[in-house]
Write a protein that binds this ligand. Structure first.
Ligand code: OAD
Length: 294
């Protein structure tokens, strides 16, 4: 794609802004090879049922199916690299005094591109935790941050549980793993079991029907209401409450910019829509705004 002509008002607004808030969605990681949810043919929800995989009820009904699917997605992310769009957002942060990055993505590609203090509204694949006692679980080491006395409570964990976690920690499948044709990735993996309370370890993501993390949401909505420029990239803007952030920024008087190759419901309401992939458009916007030589 050749260099786009951006509206002068957009570049001027960004250059003058002391407060910029960016909201990203799955489209920003698409050029890193991570599938989006709703793109035709390639989107995850085109192939898999959201209600079978992304609800608390789904995990209750078939934990191995759900854990195996999230492990498949975690594997994709581990193999992926940040793209030029992630890097442009990280560069933007170095030019703007008050910069907030909000993402709906559960990958860590923003962090690996150099962004800090990323607000993950929908959780993170790399942060599973116990559904019983909510202790964080490390894929490498099992349960983290045992409180004093935690060891005393380990008697609830059975030998079988300890064996399951040892197998997970070493990266090999636990006994009981089975292959099934009705699993979306062909691989069912029973979740590890908490060595402290004996409950299941669950993926560190927010499922449909669950609340967003309160602190992240409060910080995100504050940043939407108090920015001069709000940039919304790679999201279909269909999932609430994240989708409402752009309107919050507009209502508070911000210039709202959308970067997306496809139409969305925001097309009629944002100040500017720039059509194209974020891995191409964002580096061009950053270069033009802060006169960075290409
Ligand atoms: P969607 O899959 O709904 O939307 C992705 C958007 O990215 C679409 O509008 C695409 O047009 C756009 N897109 C595709 N390639 C792009 C590219 N290279 N550059 C820029 N944009 C591109 O994903 P989200 O809006 O992130 O939640 O979905 C929101 C939430 O719905 C997700 O966090 C997830 C999902 O269900 C949960 O799982 C709770």
């Amino acid at each position: 794609m050749t260099q786009q002509e951006f509206p002068l008002n957009l570049i001027t607004a960004l250059r003058a802004a002391t407060r910029v808030t960016v909201l990203t969605g799955a489209g920003v990681s698409a050029e890193s090879g991570i599938p989006t949810f709703r793109d035709k043919q390639t989107g995850l929800w085109e192939k898999f049922g959201a209600t079978e995989l992304a609800t608390p009820y789904a995990f209750e009904r078939d934990p191995a199916l759900v854990w195996g699917w999230y492990e498949w997605r975690r594997g994709l992310v581990l193999k992926a690299q940040p793209n030029a769009g992630h890097r442009a957002i990280a560069t933007m942060q170095t030019h703007v005094p008050h910069f907030t990055l909000i993402t709906q993505n559960v990958d860590d590609l923003h962090e690996r591109a150099g962004s800090c203090d990323v607000l993950h509204l929908h959780g993170e694949l790399s942060r599973p935790y116990c559904e019983g006692c909510r202790r964080p679980y490390s894929h490498a080491d099992g349960i983290l941050d045992l409180p004093a006395g935690g060891a005393l409570r380990q008697d609830v964990a059975t030998d079988e549980v300890r064996e399951a976690n040892r197998s997970h920690a070493s990266g090999s499948p636990v006994s009981g793993e089975c292959r099934s044709t009705n699993s979306p990735t062909g691989r069912r993996i029973p979740p590890p079991i908490c060595t402290v309370c004996g409950a299941k370890i669950r993926p560190g993501v927010v499922w449909f029907g669950e609340s967003l993390p309160q602190v992240q949401w409060n910080t995100a909505s504050d940043a939407a209401r108090h920015c001069e420029v709000f940039l919304c990239c790679g999201t279909s803007a269909l999932v609430q409450p994240a989708a409402s952030l752009t309107q919050m920024a507009l209502d508070a008087g911000a210039t709202a910019v959308q970067v997306n190759p496809n139409p969305t419901d925001l097309d009629g309401s944002v100040t500017f829509t720039i059509k194209g992939p974020s891995g191409i458009i964002l580096p061009q916007i950053v270069a033009e705004t802060w006169n960075i030589p290409k």
